[in-house]
Design a protein around this ligand. Structure first.
Ligand code: FAD
Length: 449
């Protein structure tokens, strides 16, 4: 994106392996720098929309690599969708397994004019300008091997586990404040492939909430898909889901998703625990703690991934970075740091806040269900979230609102400005539980030998 705007970009990537052909990425590409590399992923419609505007060739290349190109409205009866409407094309999503879409993206970057990708090179520290006292001004990076790279600006995009506050402190700067909480969820996931390239039919949403677990069924490329069970970390009896037979028995006990595991498994159960919600603030008391260094995507903030938003938020953030740096002359770094902070606050932070709010409610709801309590917080946004999910099949406007929010094309607080819609969701909501095992049966399945 930045190179398309005329910037000369050097990407410094610790993982050594270049992207293979997309068809070989799943089996052969090792990217240890991304611990969730082979966990189930989906690219929401927001990712497709940003890519279509900002990354020429990505959607076409991903489709050519077998990426699944779908619109969740297509094939559904008019009784549910209300028929085709202007704007429905925004719901197009082109998605794939993570190694596949990343190989396509990385190959585009490798081939782009104005981009130099250095692989197998780790950033170990920051170069700063000794002539600037406060705030610390970054003028480049130094690699673990001691090589120096100077730049007009350093984009810090080292992901969820990046430890950038340490290098800033080591360079004499003030550490960015970090707001961290364990999201409290654990993921147990597998990938599958059909014999004929087809994808199972989805009954309802790709993310289904049961009292104490959620299920994820994520269609992907070349007749593959991911299936995940999300539990609360403190739900110790469900840790038995690491066992493939128990995991399969639990999925099979949920009629709406059982058929997603009747296929060739590509993996056993992959587990991801301890995923934090973490946000870094590079502004303190209205002033930047560092200049010349702009945090991007997960390096800025990351959340529990069950809503499948991380890549889309990252791409929206990258799009905001492109706009912020458009025509930038780099002679006012203090102002640039503030402009970047405000662009982040305006364009992506609301999605982060929404996701965090959802996570907190959902975790509290699961904990309440484990304890046999009801969860009825006095929060109109949560009430609407629940009513919307329970009314979508009954009203085309509510259906679209739900999909737009799920695809990160809209925000719940924006949708809620339509008070008549909120009232209609409350009126139509049917909160009968989705078919699935009672808690005692669930525990028995997760413990059986
Ligand atoms: C279990 C799980 C499931 C998820 N599912 C989804 C999903 O379905 N949909 C979705 O949109 N998002 C999902 N996410 C989130 C998504 O994976 C992240 O939001 C996304 O990868 C963030 O991209 P990024 O570029 O910021 O960081 P990353 O993808 O983590 O990339 C960071 C890169 O920086 C490199 N690096 C780090 N440190 C250094 C260094 N010192 N020097 C050089 N290179 C370095 C790493 O090697 C890596 O390549 C999921 C996350 C998890 C944990």
């Amino acid at each position: 994106m930045l190179a398309n705007d005329g910037h000369q970009v050097t990407v410094i990537e610790r993982d050594p392996a270049p992207p293979p052909l997309p068809g070989e990425a799943w089996d052969h590409w090792e990217c240890r720098g991304v611990s969730q590399f082979r966990m189930i992923h989906v690219l929401l419609a927001a990712s497709t929309e940003v890519a279509q505007r900002q990354i020429p060739g990505f959607v076409e290349a991903l489709t050519a690599a077998g990426g699944l190109d779908l619109n969740p409205l297509s094939g559904l009866p008019d009784a549910i969708t209300g028929g085709a409407r202007p704007g429905d094309e925004r719901l197009r999503m082109v998605t794939a397994r993570r190694p596949v879409f990343e190989s396509v993206m990385a190959a585009l970057a490798d081939a782009a004019d104005g981009v130099t990708v250095l692989r197998g090179v780790a950033v170990g520290g920051l170069l700063t300008d000794p002539a600037v006292a406060q705030p610390t001004h970054v003028v480049g990076v130094v690699t673990d091997g001691g090589q120096e790279f100077r730049a007009d600006v350093v984009v810090h995009c080292g992901g969820r586990r990046s430890a950038m506050p340490d290098p800033i402190a080591a360079a004499g700067g003030q550490r960015p404040a970090e707001q961290i909480e364990d999201s409290g969820f654990v993921y147990y996931a597998r990938h599958f492939r059909s014999a004929d390239g087809s994808i199972p039919m989805a009954f309802g949403s790709l993310l289904q909430h049961y009292p104490t677990i959620s299920t994820l069924t994520l269609p992907a490329d070349n007749g593959t898909w991911g299936v995940g069970i999300v539990t609360a970390g403190r739900d110790a009896p469900l840790r038995g889901l690491t066992d493939t037979d128990r995991w399969t028995a639990v999925v099979k006990a949920h009629p709406f998703v059982a058929h997603w595991v009747d296929a060739e498994p590509l993996t056993d159960v992959k587990v991801m625990a301890g995923s934090e919600d973490r946000r870094r603030s590079f502004i303190a008391g209205g002033k930047p703690v560092v200049t010349g260094l702009l945090p991007l995507a997960d390096a800025w903030a990351c959340t529990n991934p069950s809503l499948g938003r991380g890549v889309s938020i990252g791409l929206l953030h990258a799009s905001a970075l492109r706009s912020t740096l458009h025509g930038e002359t780099f002679d006012d770094h203090y102002g640039l740091a503030l402009r970047w902070h405000h662009a982040t606050e305006r364009d992506v932070e609301p999605y982060y806040d929404d996701t965090l709010a959802f996570d907190r409610h959902r975790l509290a709801e699961v904990h309440a269900a484990i304890d046999g309590r009801d969860y009825q917080p006095n929060d109109p946004v949560w009430t609407f979230t629940r009513n919307l999910a329970a009314s979508t099949a009954k009203d085309p406007d509510l259906f679209r609102a739900q999909i737009h929010v799920g695809m990160l094309l809209d925000r719940l607080p924006t949708v809620m400005q339509d008070t008549e819609l909120v009232a209609r969701a409350a009126q139509l909501a049917d909160h009968s539980p989705i078919p699935g095992p009672e808690r005692a049966e669930l525990l028995a399945l997760a413990a059986r030998s």
